[in-house]
Write a protein that binds this ligand. Structure first.
Ligand SMILES: Nc1ncnc2c1ncn2[C@@H]1O[C@H](COP(=O)(O)OP(=O)(O)O)[C@@H](O)[C@H]1O
Ligand SMILES: O=C(O)C1=C[C@@H](OP(=O)(O)O)[C@@H](O)[C@H](O)C1
Ligand SMILES: [Mg+2]
Length: 211
């Protein structure tokens, strides 16, 4: 794939090297205790503050699989997301995000992927998520008040600038059908710890018919 003008080749190569290193340094899974191994890719989508990043980390720790976070990779490519939004605008961020998602959804390995809340805006990303038979997509949802508590008013989330409460609700409503389009399983995380959500995900994968 040729380099996007806003992403130097060297930065792209550094990012893909980070991903390859993550696969090379996989940790011993807690799940080994019960001799169970995750053989699927798990993708977490949902609104800001649903816990996609925290839950993804917890699931990967339990299963000893690689955890990737689209926002962490984008930060390594573009620098801090709020500064990038301010300097280049949201559409430049979305273009970079779609490119990172195309790369991630084409990886041959299995892993846990925490997505940024807006990845579903891109049609190709949604199609790539649905295409993979070895992937289960979880839609993590959360009640508005708890989401706003978790993101502490949205200071580090540029998409919430101005009116965090109104914007969070509008984005969640607008994107709700897109999350539903890609998700195999939906979990309301309100009142649950990130670890409890992670256990629920692992349980869903281990006992698919009990969903
Ligand atoms: N289920 C949860 N219960 C309480 N706090 C949570 C939960 N999930 C995440 N958090 C906390 O809320 C904040 C935002 O979570 P994060 O995982 O970054 O959300 P997202 O990636 O969906 O925007 C973090 O400080 C995280 O530790
Ligand atoms: O919903 C959005 O538009 C965004 C969500 C953020 O990720 P989280 O959902 O992990 O907070 C991050 O990608 C960016 O600030 C934009
Ligand atoms: Mg996140």
């Amino acid at each position: 794939m040729s380099a996007d003008p806003v992403i130097p080749d060297t930065a792209w190569q550094a990012m893909t090297s980070r991903v390859e290193a993550a696969f090379a340094q996989r940790r011993v899974p807690i799940a080994r205790l019960w001799r169970w191994r995750l053989r699927r890719t798990l993708v977490l989508v949902g609104p800001m503050g649903a816990g996609k990043s925290a839950v993804g980390r917890a699931v990967a720790r339990m299963c000893g699989c690689v955890h990737l976070d689209s926002d962490a990779l984008l930060t390594s490519l573009l620098g801090p997301i709020p500064a990038y939004f301010a300097e280049h605008g949201e559409s430049a961020f979305r273009a970079a995000e779609a490119r990172v998602m195309a790369y991630l959804t084409a990886l041959p390995q299995t892993y846990v992927l925490s997505c940024g809340g807006g990845v579903v805006l891109d049609e190709d990303t949604r199609a790539a998520m649905r295409r993979r038979a070895d992937t289960t997509v979880f839609h993590l949802d959360v009640a508005e008040a708890e989401a706003l508590r978790r993101v502490r008013g949205g200071a580090s989330r540029p998409a919430l600038q101005g009116d965090p409460r109104g914007t969070w609700k509008r984005l969640r409503d607008e994107r709700g059908p897109l999350y539903a389009e890609v998700a195999d399983v939906s979990i309301d995380t309100t009142g649950l710890t990130a670890e409890a959500v992670a256990w629920r995900i692992v349980d869903t994968i281990r006992h698919p018919r009990r969903k």
